[in-house]
Design a protein around this ligand. Structure first.
Ligand code: AMP
Length: 405
């Protein structure tokens, strides 16, 4: 069993706390995408509704705290959580009061004025430097708003911040339904996956994913590496990559990963052909390579059609699939084919009874591009960074803080 699995078992659950007529302080992850003040994807808000509604039914006053963007310890208008308050009202059907600060007299006043069965949304925690410093005094001020703390911010669990870590020193706490669901899916995949177990890791930055690759090699039957990352691995095998993305500092590390996969009897699949361009631009002329090598002067921007078929077959033949990171520069429609095929194969695998898990903002955007509904995937994680750190086997500070109580 993983370390996290042991931690999970020791964590109290919100439904077991039987909270009634209390002030309940809930850390949520409402770091939603906004365009001109309008929320473009409210998944993270919707995903917290089960916990929020349970607390409202118990006649509690629900005080929600969250962060948005990176305002770096001071108020920045464009990072205000105000637009979230309106959406919260629509989704919960409850009265929502917005506190223009998360601590201090104004916040205290708004919380005190809220009635049973109502919600208070506190302004962005990161408007105060104490949040990211995991400052105990700041956490103490936040803790004044509640008699009980619920951790529901899966996407922030890997951060040791005042509202995720230090806060647990001042209040009894439990994890909410969303955190439970996220941990159950990831834990199940990492501890007792139904085999064959396949992981697909894509994206651009090798350095971000080294430890997760090492961890996956201990668990999976097949590991697919795609996207910009794949070229560092191809270079490590002395395959020509032309002008494709290369993390020269990580070639040696890539060699070690390839060797370790071999030793562990893990099937490691890299792209067998590519879509290449001479220049990255939307209307570039796209060519398909005949083999694994990228011709001199060309840039690999997507996996090729043969690789698409290979990867799709692997996905459809697996019983557990974990996917993080696009396999091409999917933001450009001409380079999105490979990532769309992966998304469609994930949905097909789910229909055929596999457990499919994906994480990361880019990976979720691929679903949108592919017009694949998140409902056709077993579990779309709301936290890319947190899910990767979980898979790496790291202790998540937001859970450790609660389990020590
Ligand atoms: P990451 O943040 O490391 O998960 O990387 C996500 C980014 O990887 C996306 O913005 C993709 O456009 C990019 N990406 C995927 N494939 C490639 C590629 N072949 N070359 C360069 N970037 C890529």
């Amino acid at each position: 069993m993983t370390t996290e699995a042991k931690t999970v078992l020791k964590l109290a659950k919100v439904q077991d706390a039987h909270l009634k007529d209390k002030n309940v302080l809930v850390r949520v992850d409402y770091n939603v995408p906004l365009k001109d003040g309008v929320i473009t994807d409210d998944t993270r808000i919707r995903e917290t509704m089960k916990t929020v509604k349970l607390l409202l039914e118990g006649d509690n006053r629900v005080v929600l705290m969250a962060h948005l963007g990176r305002p770096k310890g001071q108020p920045v208008e464009k990072y205000s959580l105000k637009p979230v308050a309106a959406r919260l009202g629509e989704l919960s059907g409850a009265e929502v009061h917005f506190a223009p600060d998360c601590v201090g007299p104004e916040a205290d006043r708004v919380v005190a004025a809220a009635k049973k069965g109502e919600i208070v949304l506190l302004e962005n925690l990161r408007f105060h430097a104490g949040e990211e410093k995991n400052d105990e005094n700041f956490a103490k001020q936040l803790a004044k708003h509640g008699e009980f703390f619920v951790q529901e911010a899966f996407g922030a669990l890997h951060r040791a911040h005042a509202s995720t870590a230090a806060i647990a020193k001042f209040l009894p706490g439990a994890i909410g339904f969303l955190v439970q669901k996220e941990l159950e899916y990831l834990d199940h995949a990492m501890v007792s996956p139904v085999r064959p177990f396949l992981a697909i890791i894509g994206g651009a930055k090798v350095s971000d994913k080294i430890s997760v690759l090492y961890s996956l090699i201990e668990k999976v039957d097949t590991l697919i590496i795609g996207g910009g990352m794949a070229y560092t691995f191809l270079a490590a095998q002395n395959t020509n990559i032309g002008n494709s993305l290369l993390d020269a500092d990580k070639v040696e590390e890539a060699k070690k990963i390839i060797l370790k996969a071999h030793r562990n009897n893990v099937e490691l699949l890299l792209p067998a052909d590519h879509r290449v361009v001479s220049e990255i631009k939307a209307d570039a002329e796209v060519e398909v390579t005949q083999a694994m090598a990228v011709p001199d002067g060309m840039i690999g921007v997507d996996i090729g059609p043969r690789t698409e078929m290979l990867f799709a077959d692997k996905i459809k033949g697996s019983k557990t699939v974990f996917w993080n990171g696009p396999v091409g520069i999917f933001e450009t429609p001409a380079f999105a084919s490979g990532s769309i095929t992966v998304a469609e194969a994930m949905a097909a695998a789910t229909r055929a009874g596999a457990t499919t898990i994906l994480g990361g903002g880019d990976t979720l955007s691929v679903l949108k591009t592919a017009k694949v509904s998140p409902d056709s995937i077993s579990h779309c994680s709301t936290g890319g960074g947190a899910s990767l750190e979980f898979v790496e086997g790291k202790q998540l500070p937001g859970l450790v803080a609660l389990s020590q109580k």
